[in-house]
Design a protein around this ligand. Structure first.
Ligand code: HEC
Ligand code: HEC
Length: 300
């Protein structure tokens, strides 16, 4: 065999072995990460009673994505079935046998704010980073709502993840919520609800799981390849916000799933949740997005 050819064959073999090694390592790390225990300071919050709290809890459950993934009755549902990625969110309604059957108040808080289950393992797909900065009052209202729901029949979580997703998770390209959340931060101070920047920033936390912590948009890590990139919501380069110069146009888009020119926006963006947002939440968010720190498109 020609020496040059032999040399490149050896190089190719070494490379292939290294790639297989990296893949094996990545999958091993993915198993390890899913099985790890995350220590977080678990705290209870006051759970109010009364219809105002339950109404607020229902509003949060509907508009912040819980119903989109877990179903309006909280019985759980397959919310992704795409390109080998099949995920069923578990039944989180009250009743024997559901994952929340033995949940204490601090268990709700730990899952919501820290992305950590009662046994210390991390949630993998649920975007707890969107909920980690909820006020005590909102966390309490959500729990009040969940506890008075009628039990609904439905199974536990199912997660079938394609090899590239597991590899990306194992190698740290894809992070779970518990890795993204700063667990040491004290609970946030409440901001006045109204059309103001602070309340807008509070509501816009529910966009960070997909649009990125800085809302610069770009490819959503771990999403099926067919999903479009999330848009840049900041005033930076490549922003979509010039299309939504006033709050009315923005609110109309959030309620209809259509751009001002009538074209449909991908339904990967959960419009069934956002269309139920109040005028105050939508207007405040619009105000906040106008003044958010500018980022270039893709600078998540
Ligand atoms: C994008 C889909 C999605 C959204 C949005 C979502 N969840 Fe989940 N949730 C999941 C999945 C998937 C799991 C299973 C755990 C995991 O992620 O690995 C889960 C697990 C849970 C669990 C059980 C954790 C355990 O102990 O095993 C609770 C409780 C829960 N979610 C509550 C909520 C609430 C409340 C909201 C809204 C504030 C919400 N979820 C929003 C997908 C979602
Ligand atoms: C589950 C992921 C997800 C969440 C959560 C999400 N988005 Fe999106 N968003 C997307 C995707 C994907 C696109 C790109 C859609 C397209 O190009 O058709 C998008 C596009 C947009 C656009 C661009 C519309 C246009 O004119 O093309 C705006 C504005 C937007 N999102 C605002 C928000 C706001 C505000 C929130 C939070 C309240 C939010 N999104 C939450 C996934 C998400």
């Amino acid at each position: 065999m020609h020496a040059w050819l032999r040399g490149s064959l050896i190089a190719a073999t070494v490379l292939a072995t290294a790639a297989a090694g990296a893949a094996g390592f990545g999958l091993y790390r993915a198993e390890y990460k899913l099985d790890r225990r995350v220590e977080v300071p678990a705290r209870a919050v006051a759970v109010p009673t009364g219809s105002a709290a339950v109404d607020r809890g229902r509003y949060l459950f509907t508009t912040r994505g819980c119903a989109e993934c877990h179903g309006a009755d909280a019985a759980g549902r397959f919310f992704i079935d795409d390109g080998g990625l099949r995920v069923r969110a578990p039944n989180i309604s009250p009743g024997a046998g559901t994952v929340v059957a033995n949940y204490r108040t601090e268990d709700w808080v730990r899952t919501l704010r820290h992305g950590v289950k009662p046994d210390g393992r991390p949630v993998f797909i649920m975007p707890s980073e969107d909920y980690s900065r909820w006020t005590d009052a909102d966390a309490g209202a959500l729990i009040a709502y969940m506890r008075q729901m009628p039990p609904a029949p439905g199974g536990g979580m199912v997660a079938e993840l394609p090899l590239p997703v597991r590899l990306a998770y194992g190698l740290g390209v894809l992070k779970d919520a518990a890795e993204k959340i700063d667990h040491q931060l004290p609970p946030p101070a409440p901001v006045p609800e109204g059309v103001n920047v602070a309340h807008g920033a509070y509501v816009a936390q529910t966009c960070v799981g997909c649009h990125g912590a800085g809302l610069g948009g770009g490819k959503i890590p771990g999403a099926p390849p067919a999903w479009p990139a999330a848009a840049n919501l900041t005033p930076g380069a490549g922003s979509v916000m010039p299309r939504y110069a006033d709050a009315e146009t923005f609110a109309a888009m959030m309620r209809s799933g259509r751009r001002p020119d009538g074209s449909a926006i991908s339904t990967e963006m959960p419009f069934s949740a956002f269309s139920a947002m109040s005028d105050v939440d939508l207007q405040a968010m619009h105000l906040y997005l106008q003044s958010a720190p500018p980022r270039a498109f893709g600078e998540r």
